[in-house]
Write a protein that binds this ligand. Sequence first.
Ligand SMILES: [Zn+2]
Length: 514
Amino acid sequence: MLFDEWPITNHQSPITNHKSQMTNPYDPGIENPASAGMSVFMGNSITSALIKVIVHVTLLSLVATGHAVGAEQLRAAIATIDITPPIPYRLCGHFSERLSTGINDPLLAKAVVFKQGDRAAALVFCDLAQISLDVSTRARARASREVGMPVEHIAIVATHSHTGPLYFGALRKHFHERAVQKHGTDIYETVDYSSELVEKLATVIGRAANSTSPVRLEAGIALENRLSFNRRFHMKSGAVRFNPGAQNPNIIRPAGPIDPEVGIVTLSAADSAEHVGAIVSFALHLDTMNGTRYSADFPAVVQDELRRSYGEKFASLFGAGTCGDINHIDVQSHDRLTTQQIGTMLAATIAQKMPALSPLENVSLAVRSAKVNAPLQTFSSEQIAQARDNLNNEQPRKLTFLERVEAYKILAVDLRAGSLPMEVQVFRLNSDVAIVTLPGEVFVDLGIAIKTASPFKTTLVIELANDGPGYFPTRRAFVEGSYETVNSRVKPGGSEMLVETAIELLTDLADDAP
Ligand SMILES: [Zn+2]
């Protein structure tokens, strides 16, 4: 663990000693010399493929190296921090006000930091429904300053647990203002959760960055087709409906696929065969718990189960696959899989695959990030006022579910103030394995499209990174309608921009791989 191998404290490193020539709209270079340096490198090593990307991308960072990539030993560490809010605090995941009443299992943020030579990257997995753009921007900027890693090399993702806190957005704002009106203060928000979260995220990244040691990686894909179901269905009426109910006789067929792939990347100490942790990704909505106790949902069970095989310290870092239209409800049956069953079965699938994973040769860590400005839906000031009015005065007529969803969506779009920057990141581990992170709740077809086009043998696609701007449905789904499209802020076609950008970044990193 030699800190001087790593330019955290060395501002003469090639990454940090240049001045920016580009504006980084996320985090101005003034605050972040590291990211400023990255921009300079882009200018030096730009390729024709990249020029294409830049046309619709406002930010792009890439690592260029002056020496043979892959020559240096990969180092890594995993650190964990508790991010459970106090009780009571509002719970997320539903459109009614719910208060937490206890802790089933603690909410955690788990960071993995990779370092190779002068390159570094961090992924943080949080037991939360969403990460707000505000929190990710502040946490990434702070971690970047503190550990000397470019902002664009840090991804903060939410697992999508529906039994975590409601701490931002239009729904939270509505309940918050109502509480202030009634009590003079919001008695359910006794802490500034966002600020506490920022501090904890920076801390956990710092802890991992300061404790790396040489590691070995293995990766592969397991298949699991017993747990996930596409939740949108073609109905006899000709409509498409989400969650039409068990054994609904009007169901014709699912309106989309599932993604049975379980992406796995394991970490072991370089001189040991024992696994210390794994990044695991699977496309299944984390809404299996119910109740009002904080819980990380089935990934907590996955970790418990894997610890039985791999030891008490084994860390399972779960990243939600593109599960915008995927949940655990089998409409052919009235029985529903429990959180425990789902976690146990998924862990068994992972454990069964572990001995057959491929070791990663010639590790060549690199990160690219691009920001796409998605076309945001637009609403008139009358529509915004009407939405607010509808939510404030739900008497004498209660709003229908979709009317309520739409009202919150309109207010959420209003909070975005006209722009929806969507950041796509790709983390290359070697010429065979890459991890893609996307913002929001992404339809499964889009994740499958990225994996299918990816030049990497193993590609993990993880959603809800750095921002939670609602659903990203396919163009086709926008025509079909139903809940997810009503709860979407982008215009049709905006989601496909994520796919296009991810594929370009993947292709570029593959071309550049040693
Ligand atoms: Zn969701």
